[in-house]
Design a binder for this molecule. Structure first.
Ligand code: ZN
Length: 201
């Protein structure tokens, strides 16, 4: 079943989500929700979907990056690799390497737009999985970006709060004007100064 993805302006996207109990996670309701969120993420398509994005203030997100491992240069720069489907519940994010990686990022709840967003290059996430078992994830590159983006959702934060505002663009204009240029060139053209560190909170 495909769920409706709510768009910026809906209050739940700006609210702190609540944690789930182990019993709730294992219950039929959440198990079914996970399956529906998985289908909705695939259909969008997206590489992550947090519960607030389908209108539920719960600390739960689904993640899967099905990119082909043989992708081109841009994906090498992003350190983007396939990530199998998994669920994070009640996640706690720790920055392991605050070196900033700056790339265009979008959000299914800010449909049709993207902006340059600095993110920490490496993170650790302590969370519960879909069976309420504790898991520790160490992630780098694009996967680390996905985790930071989704965990932000659970605190009511959108990439809009972290982006270089001057880089905000429609997806169409990103393709028309900026897609062929390096991030360094784009930042220079837009008058954006490179950060020393990614935001840590
Ligand atoms: Zn998002």
């Amino acid at each position: 079943m495909l769920l409706e993805i709510v768009q910026a302006g809906v209050p739940v996207l700006r609210s702190a989500a609540r944690p789930l109990t182990a019993d709730e996670i294992r219950g039929q309701e959440i198990q079914q929700l996970i399956e529906h969120m998985r289908e909705t993420m695939h259909a969008a398509p997206g590489v992550g979907l947090a519960a607030p994005q389908i209108g539920l203030p719960l600390q739960l997100a689904v993640i899967e990056d099905r990119i082909e491992p043989t992708a081109g240069q841009a994906d090498d720069a992003r350190e983007r690799r396939p990530v199998p489907f998994h669920v994070i519940v009640n996640p706690v994010l720790t920055i392991e390497d605050a070196t900033p990686a700056v790339f265009f990022e979008g959000c299914l709840s800010v449909h049709g737009h993207a902006a340059l967003v600095p993110r920490a290059i490496a993170v650790r996430v302590d969370a519960l999985d879909h069976r309420a078992e504790p898991v520790t994830i160490h992630a780098r590159g694009w996967y680390a970006r996905i985790l930071q983006h989704e965990i932000d959702h659970l605190a009511g934060t959108l990439y809009l709060d972290r982006m270089y505002t001057r880089s905000f663009a429609t997806a169409a204009n990103l393709g028309a004007y900026w897609a062929e240029r390096s991030v360094a060139e784009i930042m220079a053209a837009l008058g954006i100064e490179a950060p020393a560190r990614a935001p840590t909170s």
